[in-house]
Design a protein around this ligand. Structure first.
Ligand SMILES: [Zn+2]
Ligand SMILES: [Zn+2]
Length: 262
């Protein structure tokens, strides 16, 4: 399309269908299926701090500088069963807003953008040359019916379109066999209890001996991915890797990066 026609079309569009950024409410001037402004999108940046070699929690600078393979306190006390968990950025600001648009406001085009961020995370992990079964963290069927889709699966689908290598998406092997109450406001111990027996490997023969890349939208305390890791390992999976779009950081140091653009 010629630039002036496109320009005219856009201004007509804005005149007849005025719309606003769903995150900061600034008027939108471009035609996009994702109702989020350029300034908000520009505020989404990857975490740049030193991270725990296993779970991806932020590590205070001096400690990380002295030991590049440094572990956080939690991983030192009790080593997770997964090899490594990585996230694109902190669960705050624009990134949190985009995830909420997808999950709670049914803004489906957000999945493509979030999938792109997940692809960046996966590309940075030491996975080259590995054959991986990509397993989205499942929703209980009542929740999937209510939402209409599993956000983890949607995000994973878009991520895989951008990645080369031997990555096979499989949404059937793992199942959430009972509904669980939200994890928000629960202690670590209560979270574990809440998820006890929640997940089940449906097709163990597809998991046995395989390396698995478990994918979710958010890593909060790691209780959910740890519960999935446990059942996958019991079913014979050899190694579990974890990639999420966002992660909660304990000190909130990473969230400053995600404060919305002024
Ligand atoms: Zn905005
Ligand atoms: Zn850790």
């Amino acid at each position: 399309m010629r630039a002036w026609i496109r320009g005219a079309a856009e201004s007509l569009f804005v005149t007849f269908f005025p719309s606003f950024c769903r995150l900061c409410h600034a008027p939108l001037t471009n035609i996009s299926r994702l109702p989020v402004c350029e300034a908000c999108l520009a505020a989404v940046r990857p975490v740049s701090d030193a991270l725990c070699a296993i779970c991806g929690e932020q590590i205070p600078g001096p400690l990380a500088a002295s030991a590049p393979e440094a572990l956080c306190g939690l991983c030192r006390r009790s080593r997770p069963e997964y090899v490594q968990a990585r996230a694109f950025g902190g669960y705050a600001g624009t990134l949190r807003g985009l995830i909420h648009l997808l999950k709670y406001e049914q803004v489906r085009p957000a999945a493509k953008l979030l999938g792109g961020l997940l692809a960046e995370v996966i590309a940075e992990m030491p996975l080259q040359g590995r054959s991986l079964l990509v397993v989205p963290v499942p929703l209980h069927k009542s929740k999937a019916r209510q939402r209409g889709f599993n956000q983890a699966e949607q995000i994973a689908r878009f991520a895989l379109r951008q990645l080369a290598g031997n990555l096979q998406l499989n949404s059937r092997v793992l199942e959430r066999q009972r509904p669980t109450s939200p994890q928000i406001g629960l202690t670590r111990h209560q979270r574990r209890e809440n998820l006890r027996g929640a997940f089940r490997v449906v097709v163990p023969e597809e998991v046995r001996g395989r390396e698995i890349l478990l994918v979710d939208d958010v890593f909060t305390t790691g209780t959910t991915v740890s519960a999935c890791t446990r059942v996958l390992r019991r079913a014979g999976a050899s190694k579990i890797w974890i990639a999420t779009v966002a992660r909660t950081f304990k000190e909130g140091a990473g969230s400053a990066v995600y404060s919305q653009a002024a």
